[in-house]
Design a protein around this ligand. Structure first.
Ligand code: ADP
Length: 257
């Protein structure tokens, strides 16, 4: 609580009374904390790969490493860390764009975009020896959406399902009409998400296992982008998951009349 005292003076400038204004600044403080945490997180996430890049570059430049294999290994690490930085910056720019812009929803073909994204990611699934299936009704009605944003949502969700599912696993994408809505779901039989983490994984930078996410090229921002975009579509991203069994992410979009 913040207290402000406003004095009321009489004609002879003597104190005649006053007003005390009490303001509840809990929400303000909370916002401030969230912002500070975000800046701290971004700095940390940017500094980690940069420190590693500088370290390996210095070693390559300053010492005579004759061994070709070692040089190659160092260069490979530099490449990976640079890719990570690039991913992170892209995700951050995306997130800030989504948060600052007002969406203009248009009647569009959801069916087409789902098929496109599944096709796009089927190569990755195959490489990881995963089955990626699509079960979709034909001739679905148009829905209100921003195509590029919905494409991003589908990529993030299906890519996660592939990332967090072990070889030989299965990822199922389902799309169907339910009354005046279109239902989308992606289900995997991967590692699942512990109950305690389920609320938090939509927060920026929150990852169940940081090291694992990093090793898979993750930034911890993908799901907060998803939550944001779906919210801007007047809907909500939902999750059902059990550790060691698998996860299902799903949402509804409104059909265009
Ligand atoms: P990341 O870049 O780390 O994948 P996300 O925001 O996309 O970031 O996801 C946040 C965290 O949620 C991940 O690090 C992972 O721990 C967990 N997660 C997301 N999708 C899945 C999934 N399909 N199965 C298991 N864990 C998942």
């Amino acid at each position: 609580i913040q207290a402000t005292f406003i004095p009321l003076l009489a004609a002879d400038k003597k104190l005649n009374g006053g007003v005390i204004v009490l303001t509840d600044i809990t929400e303000l403080r909370k916002l401030e904390t969230v912002r500070n945490d975000f800046v701290a997180n971004v700095s940390h996430e940017l500094r980690t790969p940069l420190t590693s890049i500088i370290g390996y570059l210095d070693t390559l430049l300053e010492s005579d490493i004759e061994d070709q294999d070692t040089r190659e290994r160092f260069l490979q690490i530099i490449k990976e860390e640079t890719d990570r930085l690039s991913n992170l910056i892209n995700d951050l720019l995306n997130l800030s764009k989504i948060e600052s812009q007002i969406f203009k929803l248009e009647a569009d073909n959801f069916e087409k975009i789902v098929k496109k994204v599944v096709n796009l990611l089927s190569q990755k699934a195959k490489k990881q020896k995963l089955e990626l299936n699509l079960e979709i009704d034909n001739n679905l009605p148009l829905v209100y959406m921003v195509r590029e944003q919905i494409k991003q949502v589908l990529i993030n969700l299906i890519d996660n399902a592939i990332k967090y599912t072990a070889e030989g696993g299965k990822v199922e994408v389902k799309v169907k009409q339910e009354k005046d809505k279109i239902y989308f779901s992606v289900q995997d039989n991967g590692m699942g998400i512990p109950q305690a983490d389920q609320e938090r994984i939509f927060e920026r930078f929150y990852r169940v296992d940081k090291a694992r996410s990093r090793a898979l090229g993750g930034t911890g921002i993908g799901l907060s982008i998803v939550r944001n975009i779906i919210k801007q579509h007047g809907s909500e991203i939902q999750l059902k998951s059990r550790e060691g069994v698998g996860s299902e992410f799903y949402f509804y979009l409104k059909i265009a009349e």
